[in-house]
Each structure stands twice: as C-alpha cells, then as structure tokens.
Design a protein around this ligand. Structure first.
Ligand code: URA
Length: 210
C-alpha cells in the first residue's frame, strides 16, 4: 500500500461500507451509513491532534487534564458529495469551522472545474480536513488541495470513503505531503472514471438524483 495511505478497515466501517455498496440500499439509509462511517473516519484522521494541559477540579480532586490545543480545525467539503462526510464529522467536532470547494467533473476530459470556494480566515494556522467520498481519478481532490494551498493552507489531510489505485497514485504525486485516509481501495476505474466495484455515483446515491 502507498505510504501516504491510511486504510481504515475497522469491522464496523467495512460492514457499513458493504451496505452502502449494495445498489438496493435506499438513499435515506445510504446517507445515514455515510454519516456513521464519517464519525469513524474522523476519529482516525484526528488521532494526532495536538493537546495541552489545563487545570480542572473533579468532584474529588484538582488535576491537570488534556484538552485540544490550537486554532479550530476546518472540515472542507468538496461539493456536493463531500457534504455526506461533513455532517457526521461535525457531529463529532461541533466547534470545527467548515469550508466548501465547489468542483464539477468535465464529462469529456474528467478534469475538475472550480465554481465555488468559501473558507474561514487564517487557513494557514489550522488543520484542514478535506472530505470527498470518492477518490477516483484524483483530479477533484488534487485541484481542491492545490487551491487550498494557494490561499495558504499547509496542514492538510484528505478523507474519502472509497479510492481507486489510479486516484491514490495521481493525488500522492501532486500532493506528497497530504495523507489520505480511506475505508477501502477498490480494483480500478472504468472508462467513465467510476470506481469499480465501487458504489456508483455517491452524490446520486445520497440525494436520489438518478
Ligand atoms: N465519483 C463517484 O461518485 N463515484 C465514482 O465511482 C467515481 C467518482
């Protein structure tokens, strides 16, 4: 496995992912499963968040106890499917800031075209967690991360549900400094840039648009 990849293959994650892959799973269930998996992925990607000590009083004694340190982190969703991962992560870290990057895939070239960008201030001082369920060609993820670096982001991690070897290779060569967290690495892309076996179009599965 590529050194930039952390595979989150906890039994709960792989079980929920199997249910999501099944084409008979309805949108409402698909969204709920994605929300649940995103909690588990967030737990892994945030494992190395820095902490500091603070003094508190328990009912029994005073103690030095750890709390999170530094500026609030930023969950950054690549629209629109990224929002499915975002919701669960916000359940886990409600005080996080939220950014959005709007990209669509040109159906001919599969290149990523930006139509929206909204980020909180001071991205250079924050941990940025970029989320998109599918790392397929890697074009959208690479373009999103390039834009975030352009506006000053330096501490970036990428979280997806499913990835293709082609996407991992492309993303890791554009952004060797960005660790990828994924629940599974599938076989390959098909000619339309879809992950096989995959789960289909994540946005359509979430929102019932097909
Ligand atoms: N985007 C999706 O939603 N699904 C894929 O398989 C590839 C890209």
């Amino acid at each position: 496995m590529h050194k930039n990849v952390t595979l989150v293959d906890h039994p709960l994650v792989v079980h929920k992912l199997t249910l999501m892959r099944d084409k008979h799973t309805p949108s409402a269930v698909f969204r709920q499963l994605l929300r649940e998996i995103s909690l588990l992925l967030a737990y892994e990607v945030l494992r190395d968040l820095p902490t500091t000590a603070t003094t508190i009083e328990t009912p029994l004694a005073e103690m030095e106890a750890p709390i999170l340190k530094g500026k609030k982190l930023v969950f950054t969703s690549i629209l629109r499917a990224g929002n499915g991962l975002l919701d669960g992560m916000l359940d886990l870290v409600p005080s996080a800031r939220v950014g959005h990057v709007g990209l669509y895939r040109d159906p001919e070239t599969l290149a990523a075209v930006e139509y929206y960008l909204k980020m909180p201030e001071n991205v250079g001082a924050r941990r940025i967690i970029v989320v998109d369920p599918m790392l397929a060609t890697g074009n959208s993820a690479s373009a999103a991360v390039s834009r975030l670096k352009e506006i000053g982001a330096v501490d970036i991690k990428f979280v997806c549900l499913l990835s293709a070897p082609e996407g991992i290779k492309a993303f890791a060569s554009s952004h060797p400094d960005v660790q990828i967290f994924t629940a599974a690495i599938d076989e390959q892309l098909n000619d339309h840039g879809y992950i096989v076996p995959g789960l289909g179009d994540a946005g359509d599965r979430m929102y019932g648009t097909k």
